[in-house]
Design a protein around this ligand. Structure first.
Ligand SMILES: *Cc1c(COP(=O)(O)O)cnc(C)c1O
Length: 219
């Protein structure tokens, strides 16, 4: 099952890259394993996946004893991080992809460990969405770049969910423009339903859960 799904996702990425005149290696796959048990991470690792996305610090804490021995596996936090959880987050994750304030960046810096950082931008007006308002981006970029243990890799965004992937395009295009403005190299955008559009708009990371692992049960 997972092996077939992975092959399909890789084909989708390859086709989108071909359409966009991009090399397939220019898009990295972040396997989103939230809600699934650590055995799913082990299975994905056995198939060659190395980059994993988790949404919750506590959930990662439960899985860590099982998966921390997987050599070369890297875990990204892609969900909201509370400022009182930065210590745990800095121990559990190689990359914090959901930094949404300068204050949070400074707290992560103070933990003193090397971390890859992405800044999450709220590109839509939707109330429920996480991420920083784009007006705060310059301040957050400055806060991250001021600390040598933080490595600013990219910008991340989650557009409003829609059946129609085309509706995500303007949000993806806008994120690309913001990254160019600040000379930020990576773009984490696109999920199971809209990864092709994200790749056409320049995604260097797609975050894929459902298309790999199936539907998540509600918690
Ligand atoms: C859950 C989640 C994903 C994966 O979504 P799918 O639609 O299952 O591929 C990607 N990014 C974030 C931030 C998520 O919370």
């Amino acid at each position: 099952m997972l092996a077939e799904n992975l092959q399909q996702v890789r084909e989708r990425i390859a086709k989108a890259c071909a359409r966009a005149n991009r090399h397939p290696d220019s898009v990295k796959l972040l396997a989103v394993t939230k809600i699934f048990g650590p055995e799913v991470i082990q299975e994905a690792y056995a198939l060659g996946l190395r980059e994993f996305g988790e949404n919750y610090v506590q959930e990662m804490e439960r899985k860590a004893p099982v998966v921390s021995g997987l050599e070369g596996a890297r875990f990204h936090l892609i969900g909201h991080l509370q400022s009182n959880k930065t210590k745990k987050a800095s121990q559990l994750f190689s990359s914090i992809d959901s930094v949404e304030s300068a204050k949070l960046a400074r707290r992560l810096a103070a933990e003193g460990v090397p971390l890859d950082i992405m800044i999450e931008i709220k590109t839509s007006d939707e109330e429920s969405k996480t991420g920083a308002p784009e007006g705060e981006l310059p301040e957050i970029v400055e806060a991250v770049r001021a600390h040598p243990n933080l490595h600013l890799r990219g910008l991340m965004t989650v557009p409003p969910w829609s059946e129609d992937a085309e509706l995500s395009r303007p949000y993806f295009a806008h994120l690309r423009e913001l990254a160019a403005l600040h000379r930020i190299p990576e773009l984490s955008m696109g999920m199971s339903n809209d990864m092709e559009v994200a790749i056409e708009e320049g995604a260097t990371w797609v975050r894929v859960g459902t298309a790999l692992f199936g539907r998540r049960k509600k918690v």
